[in-house]
Write a protein that binds this ligand. Structure first.
Ligand SMILES: [Zn+2]
Ligand SMILES: [Zn+2]
Length: 336
């Protein structure tokens, strides 16, 4: 069987003809298999959705219970037949519930990894390399300049700044799903026990993480009643990046603007966004992790979905691995 007979691109997304399903479709389809809850991968309006329980719960939180005609839970590692294709989900290490999807038929195995990272994340299961013929990878940070520092070091820089400026509030911009909870958990792992204040847009997802056994420590809403601005002196406030762009942020005492993102590796981006304390924390693989993962899967062919495709495709060619960009549109970097 040829790989493209098992999985190929259509305008709606990656399509499997034998199973008649799409993986992470960007337009509504009859049957969708979803890797994780980020908005560019998990969209409402599909007929049937198959995903991990956590991903389905997250879709329910974000879109309401009617996000699909019907939803079916798949457990990691549990094999199922769809049409003639055998499908299994495996942890991707990206956000809570994130999974790679392996599709197999007639001895051909293709793994669609969704978004993934390799470093330890206390808020989700670690990525597992799956042996395959074709590995479908993202390339969000697919350039050799992208090498992410250790997460603990970035957390330490934040805590050092909090110690240094006890009269200022530290506002940490972090994407609502995954990054925000990871930042909070990393602060706890670094020994920070104070109440962390969160923007309202994070409340339900933080509650959900806690309900799934991820201890985020004391949290409180970052709401200001008149005249209590001082209560945030020396505090850490976590919110979505967009929250910090609007007036809401100006209510805090002399705020230190922090942003937790892999893009903070680029100083110019930090400057453009007015970020005083950039925290390089990525939920995507850096260059070394992308290339190491490709090697580990043993794939003889690599397809690159989105991101900086060219450099990764060239790296594969030099390593003797057939590679091509899929040029899938509709995937952004919500959880970078
Ligand atoms: Zn993602
Ligand atoms: Zn993505």
């Amino acid at each position: 069987m040829r790989a493209r007979d098992l999985l190929h691109t259509r305008p709606e997304g990656l399509y499997c003809p034998p199973g008649d399903f799409f993986i992470d479709p960007v337009r509504p389809v009859e049957r969708a298999l979803v890797t994780h809850g980020h908005a560019d991968h998990a969209r409402p309006g599909n007929g049937k959705v198959l995903a991990t329980r956590e991903t389905l719960d997250i879709m329910g939180i974000r879109y309401g219970e009617g996000f699909a005609g019907s939803a079916q839970v798949v457990r990691l590692g549990e094999a199922m037949e769809i049409g003639g294709a055998r499908v299994t989900f495996h942890p991707a290490g990206h956000v809570l519930g994130s999974a790679q999807i392996a599709v197999e038929m007639d001895g051909m195995r293709i793994v669609a990894s969704g978004d993934y990272k390799r470093r330890a994340d206390p808020t989700c299961a670690a990525f597992e390399p799956i042996a395959c013929d074709v590995f479908i990878t993202e390339a969000t940070f697919g350039l050799p300049v992208f090498r992410h520092p250790e997460s603990a070091g970035e957390t330490a820089r934040l805590l050092e700044s909090v110690r240094q400026f006890p009269e200022r509030a530290h506002l940490v911009g972090a994407y609502a799903l995954g990054k925000a909870q990871r930042v909070i958990r990393l602060l706890r792992d670094a020994g920070y026990g104070e109440t962390i204040y969160i923007h309202g847009a994070l409340a339900r997802l933080c509650d959900y993480y806690v309900s799934q056994g991820i201890d985020l420590g004391p949290l409180a809403p970052a709401t200001i009643e008149s005249g209590t601005k001082d209560q945030f002196a020396g505090a850490i406030v976590v919110g979505t990046p967009s929250a910090f762009a609007d007036r809401w942020a100006r209510r805090f005492p002399d705020p230190v603007a922090c942003f937790a993102s892999g893009w903070m590796r680029i100083r110019q981006r930090a400057k453009q966004r007015g970020v005083e304390l950039p925290l390089i924390l990525s939920d995507h693989s850096d260059w070394d992790e992308l290339t190491a993962t490709i090697t580990e899967t043993g794939a003889s062919e690599v397809w690159v979905t989105h991101g900086r495709e060219e450099a990764l495709v060239r790296w594969c060619a030099l390593a003797g691995i057939a590679a091509q960009p899929l040029h899938l549109i509709g995937y952004e970097d919500e959880g970078d």
